[in-house]
Design a protein around this ligand. Sequence first.
Ligand code: ATP
Length: 264
Amino acid sequence: MLAIEAKGVQKYFGALHVLRGIDLSIRSGEGVVLLGANGCGKSTFMRCLNRLETHDRGTITIEGQATETLHGKGLRDLRRHVGYVFQQFNLVPNISVFQNVLFGALGRRSWAGSLNLLAPAAERDRAMACLERVGLADKAAFRASQLSGGQQQRVAIARMLMQDPAIVIADEPIASLDPKAGREVLELLWEVVSERGLTVLCTLHQLDLAIEFGQRIVGMKAGKVHLDGPGKSFSRDELNELYHGQARVDALPLRAPSLEPAEA
Ligand SMILES: Nc1ncnc2c1ncn2[C@@H]1O[C@H](COP(=O)(O)OP(=O)(O)OP(=O)(O)O)[C@@H](O)[C@H]1O
């Protein structure tokens, strides 16, 4: 079964043609590393997957559900199925690590309910189990801001597990971490997604780690998929090529959307 299917996806920001016809199918349970230079459109594509951005042309299907027509509950359900891990962790700094993990249940309960100290016992147990899984149960009562960057990203992974998504989008999850902490976080992320059979799409800027962890590497260049295959099938030189020449979308001439031929 396909977890993610993008067909001819195009996106403009004004006259900037950011996504230039992305075709990409990712099977359930695949671990995909997305590579590409700054400004080539990776984040925009990933944000289109759960409609944080709306694409202008083409179709995106998540777990068999076309996203274009979703609204209200359908959109909330889509977002619950897609968990995010961000470069900057996105934790609430001045509340406890435990409460941050409980936030992962937001898609299932009301905002106030997730803050409630009287969250159902089963949910609190689950939050603690998620913290145990990332090795931070002993830090549950700490404020998030008291933790190191690596620990904060582990809490973000626990929060993502609490959400219980089918698909995990990780947008440069180790970019703020030192090499050792970054590798540890990536190992943890890959372990938890594989033990739960989740699909992961993860951007990285470290080619060695991409080759090592990417069961599959998708490389983008200037708003298009430029290469796609098993991580170990690419040489560093082939991957390096993604960062040379016209790699950014804003390095190309601007074209107003109305000048683009419509999709067939
Ligand atoms: N909301 C927005 N409004 C206007 N332009 C945007 C917006 N978001 C992104 N862009 C532009 O779209 C282009 C692609 O940005 P995007 O963030 O998708 O690239 P990226 O490949 O994720 O880069 P990075 O590796 O730096 O995160 C850039 O030129 C960026 O300035």
